[in-house]
Write a protein that binds this ligand. Structure first.
Ligand code: ATP
Ligand code: MG
Length: 444
């Protein structure tokens, strides 16, 4: 029975007290991206398992340990998407999007599924906002994509996020680096975990991303990729840095970032917070110039990022970031008796069609209980209808905060009163905001 009232481990409900926060960051992310020319794409929740093995990479933690894979009734191997890039690139190829004007710029919001050990900021179903930009190999594209993530964080007013960037080179320079890594890890072979022993043969760079304490301690002293990248990759990286400097995007170069997915080439980056515990990477991304070709398309460079919305929200909660509150009920219409209840329904419908947020009794409760409810939901104003109000066509409308009471005509000036008080409230809120605002905020 317990299973019936318990969500699976590593999943969580987003309740109404929080859903407006999600809506807000999703809207900010989508709209800010739209200003950079990114348009939203929606792809299926599951794909053929092969797609992720191919793109994310057979030797990654994601593919080796974390995927939700099952065989469907048609005997196909299906996987719930662990990340957003593979599906977006698959959709671009399948629908010929790369034949249109390049670069192709898409954004997405998606659930992701990874069988991991749940903890703060690490879930089995989590949510990402991401973007992909396909078709450009110029450092200008890298700067644009990194600049976009930076801009989203700025609009959300997040503080103390650090941007770390690195270049992991192209397959040519990577080969030399792999050799150096193999030599280094070969000597420490006896200390590596079992998974990393396998990686030593197949993909030694993955060892650098191992979460085991011993392996990561050994990895700290490993050769760094920046010492092995070729001239072209090095110039590309310089180009990215130069543009970020000009754009005023602050960053540090961290030669130890390699990222957890296999498809990355050249630029990789992370936005990191030290205020949300061990899972501090809020956003990760990079370039994947080989991916499209690897999935069967024409050679097309690309890059993108994905940010974890749970981690973003954790950070915003920790920093006490102010979010716009959802709208409150503007008027609660209480009623006594059948006639008044009918009138309340009629008025409610009419006012809602004008765009007001109105509620009336749907429980058949006493006036006292109705008013208690109006108070609980934070209604701005209330009004009680009974036989005498229906007869006279007049009622008293009460400001729930100040207690001030005004008499109004039900069919005449009720609407005007709602408009006026709404306007007054908005003006007051704006004045308060302006009062709180530091002049330097305006200049920034
Ligand atoms: P980590 O090193 O924390 O496992 P990752 O490298 O696996 O992260 P990516 O695949 O790059 O993460 O995903 C991009 C972003 O998605 C991460 O930076 C993080 O914000 C978020 N994310 C990844 N895995 C999870 C998870 N299990 N739960 C919540 N958020 C996650
Ligand atoms: Mg991970």
């Amino acid at each position: 029975m317990a299973l019936l009232t318990k969500a699976p481990r590593g999943t969580q409900d987003i309740l109404t007290k929080d859903s407006y926060k999600w809506k807000f960051i999703e809207t900010v992310a989508l709209e800010t991206s739209a200003l950079f020319g990114f348009k939203e794409i929606r792809t299926p929740t599951f794909e053929h398992t092969e797609l992720f093995c191919r793109s994310v990479g057979d030797t990654t933690d994601v593919v080796q340990k974390e995927m939700y894979t099952f065989t469907d009734k048609g005997d196909r191997s299906i996987t719930l998407k662990p990340e957003g890039t593979a599906g977006a690139v698959r959709a671009a190829l399948e629908n010929g999007l790369l034949n249109d004007a390049l670069p192709l710029k898409v954004s997405y919001l998606t659930s992701c599924f990874r069988y991991e050990k749940p903890q703060a900021g690490r879930l089995r179903e989590f949510h990402q906002f991401g973007v992909e930009m396909l078709g450009s190999q110029s450092p200008a594209a890298d700067a644009e994509v990194i600049g976009l993530a930076n801009e989203i964080f700025k609009v959300l007013q997040l503080k103390n996020l650090t941007l770390e960037i690195n270049s992991i080179g192209c397959p040519e320079c990577r080969a030399k680096y792999h050799t150096a890594l193999k030599e280094y890890f070969e000597i420490k072979k006896s200390e590596l975990c079992e998974t990393c022993l396998g990686r030593l043969q197949t993909n030694p760079m993955r060892i650098l991303d191992c979460k085991s304490a011993v392996c990561s301690a050994i990895a700290k002293e490993a050769p760094i990729v920046l010492d092995y990248i070729c001239e072209e990759c090095s110039e590309h990286f310089d180009g990215v840095k130069k543009r970020l400097d000009l754009m005023g995007v602050e960053y540090t170069v961290n030669p130890r970032i390699v990222r957890g997915l296999d498809y990355y080439t050249k630029t990789v980056f992370e936005f990191i917070s030290n205020e949300i515990g061990a899972q501090g990477t809020v956003c990760g991304g990079g370039r994947y110039d080989g991916l499209v070709e690897h999935l069967g398309g024409q050679k097309t460079p690309g890059l993108g990022f994905a940010m974890g919305l749970e981690r973003l929200l954790l950070l915003m909660a920790n920093q006490g970031t102010e979010l716009p509150k959802p709208r409150d009920c503007e008027l609660y219409i209480a009623s006594i008796g059948e006639q008044a209840s009918l009138k309340a329904s009629e008025l409610t419908a009419k006012l809602r069609s004008e765009g007001f947020f109105i509620e009336c009794d749907t429980m058949g409760r006493s006036v006292k209980a109705q008013m208690k409810y109006a108070d609980k939901i934070g209604a701005k104003m209330s009004m009680v209808l009974g036989d005498s109000e229906i007869e006279s066509g007049k009622a008293n409308i009460k400001d729930m905060e100040s207690g001030e009471i005004k008499q109004i005509d039900l069919d005449g000036d009720l609407m005007d009163v709602l408009y006026e008080t709404g306007l007054e409230r908005a003006t007051k809120e704006l004045e308060q905001k302006m009062g709180d605002m530091d002049l330097s905020d305006l200049l920034n």
